[in-house]
Design a protein around this ligand. Structure first.
Ligand code: URA
Length: 236
């Protein structure tokens, strides 16, 4: 790994802006291999050198991957002037360049991947890649076999082209139905618009999986964890 400046290293690792980091250096709060460092331009080798801030060792990863159980009421963005964002939910020392891979609506819950790996994000979101996303939903209205067929054939949701074939599994059919739906696209409000197109309304929506990544059911709403090596390997 190439050498990088201490101010960039600490800013990337989540210690604030380069200006904030300069403050830490000036206040003699930073050591590199045990030696106090006060110069923002000093360089280090991330894979070898040990950096401490206020006596605590800095965890530095080039790429971070988190699985978040997104709760309702939080927006899928990095920053927002008024609303809490999914990035705000990652409370440990984190890379400053984390972002959510795709979006879930504010009222949608479930699996959201957060990373700073732009290539992985592009691969998962590219329209040509047809990545499977599985959702669980409660739907107002009786979902039946005609909907299964309609979704398999593709429905008109008001875009230029109908939706691609989607796999609808009915878990409960009644006044209020419960379903699992697998889609391979990521159009705006896609699941809600697909049900709207067949005269029904989604009243609760949760994402269960995306490609090989499955929501860890030990995570309660708002909780997160790093992906395991195996999960990363399967995705990348
Ligand atoms: N489809 C929707 O309608 N909303 C989401 O949040 C995700 C998929």
């Amino acid at each position: 790994m190439a050498k990088i400046r201490i101010d960039k290293y600490l800013a990337d690792a989540g210690f604030g802006s380069r200006k904030d980091v300069k403050g830490l250096l000036k206040a003699k709060q930073v050591t590199i291999n045990g030696e106090t460092c006060v110069h923002a331009e000093e360089k280090l080798e991330p894979a070898q050198d040990v950096v401490c801030v206020q006596g605590k060792m800095v965890v530095y990863e080039s790429f971070s991957y988190y699985m978040l159980h997104k709760p309702q009421g939080v927006v899928s963005a990095t920053k927002d002037a008024h609303e809490k964002t999914v990035v705000n939910l990652i409370t440990e020392q984190k890379r400053r360049d984390l972002f959510p891979v795709g979006r879930l609506d504010k009222d949608t819950e479930g699996l959201l991947l957060l990373t700073n790996d732009g290539k992985l994000s592009n691969d998962l979101l590219a329209p040509g890649k047809h990545v499977d996303k599985v959702y669980y939903a409660k739907v107002q209205g009786k979902v039946d076999e005609s909907d299964v067929k309609a979704f398999a054939d593709g429905v008109d949701i008001g875009d230029d082209t109908p939706t691609k074939s989607a796999d609808l599994r009915i878990l409960k059919s009644g006044e209020e139905s419960e379903i699992e739906l697998t889609i391979t696209e990521g159009r705006f409000h896609q699941v809600k618009r697909m049900f709207h197109a067949v005269g029904k309304e989604v009243i609760y929506l949760k994402r269960l999986s995306m490609e090989s990544l499955v929501l860890d059911n030990t995570l309660t709403k708002g909780e997160y964890r790093s992906l395991t090596e195996e999960e990363i390997k399967k995705l990348c």
